[in-house]
Design a protein around this ligand. Structure first.
Ligand code: AMP
Length: 287
């Protein structure tokens, strides 16, 4: 895979096209006659040649697999923003804005919020990033349905979709161990996972991902990380989001990546799979 050609730094490309189109969708989506797919075909959008723009990647994977962790590390490495729609939703929830009560009910049951709300939050985030000179993105938690993937495809080109996979018995344990620092917003995990190899399957160990001392007393658990809600979120993923994998697989954009364990084992292997292992070495040497 020619990941290195994709990450060469082109001049900064504004997001005007994508933000305008998503915003157009959002504002028009309030009008029922405009929410169908034929409406989307009317969007006029000039696409940039991939060599003229920055990374536009998507991270897929079941809740708890570690999309946020790896997307955030790659975003630092590549100098592009990591945009997690779950974070945008939680920020909106915390803001006690007009839709926060409505959102709390949906999110705390593990259900998906409406496309209208998601596109609204995402386009606002992209517009704010554009104003700061951001270019490119690593999306995490979006698209979550084939409809969202189709809308995204209607407005911009995604270069690569990384599908992170982890054995299911480990996933619930990881979700239940997840903690967020209520001050800096970073994700940690207190679970110490040690699954023995069985029936020819290898064992797996994942050390806890503990925060620095100053975050320790500020750790909180997400309201949707209870066992019942995690199981519901996994069910919804299999129902609504797994078809998104097929959507990108059929377009030849899907990179499947089986996580072999925790960060120390997985990060170098992921960089290798993305042809970025030399890139990290060169960056560290230049730092
Ligand atoms: P996450 O942090 O990605 O697990 O997202 C937390 C919650 O935010 C999800 O359970 C959904 O309720 C909502 N959410 C995040 N992204 C989306 C999306 N693309 N579409 C619909 N709902 C979303």
């Amino acid at each position: 895979m020619a990941a290195l050609t994709r990450i060469s730094r082109p001049s900064s490309i504004p997001f005007s096209n994508i933000t305008k189109s998503l915003y157009f969708y959002t504002t028009s989506a309030a009008q029922p006659q405009n929410t169908n797919n034929s409406y989307l075909q009317n969007i006029k959008f000039s696409r940039k040649d991939p060599k003229d723009r920055n990374v536009q990647w998507v991270f897929l994977g079941v809740p708890g697999v570690g999309k946020g962790t790896y997307a955030s590390r790659l975003s630092t490495l590549l100098g592009v923003p990591h945009i997690a729609t779950g974070d945008l939703v939680r920020k909106e929830l915390a803001s006690s804005g007009s839709i926060s009560q409505q959102l709390a009910e949906i999110v705390n049951q593990g259900k998906l919020v409406s496309d209208e709300i998601i596109f609204n939050l995402l386009s606002k985030r992209l517009i704010a990033g554009e104003a700061k000179g951001e270019s490119g993105f690593i999306l995490d938690g979006f698209p979550r349905t084939v409809k969202q993937a189709e809308i995204l495809e209607g407005v911009t080109d995604i270069d690569l979709v990384v599908n992170l996979k982890l054995r299911e018995d480990v996933l619930v344990e990881k979700c239940l161990g997840r903690r967020i620092c209520s001050q800096c917003g970073k994700n940690y995990n207190v679970a110490s996972i040690n699954v023995k190899g069985e029936n020819g399957n290898p064992g797996m160990s994942m050390a806890p991902l503990l925060p620095p001392a100053h975050c320790m007393s500020k750790l909180i658990t997400r309201a949707d990380d209870t066992e019942e809600v995690v199981k519901e979120r996994l069910r919804i993923y299999n129902d609504k989001s797994q078809p998104v994998e097929d959507f990108y697989r059929s377009r030849g954009k899907l990179l499947e990546f089986d996580l072999p364990g925790g960060i120390p084992a997985s990060w170098p292997r992921l960089l290798e799979a993305l042809n970025l292992d030399d890139y990290e070495e060169n960056r560290s040497a230049a730092a």
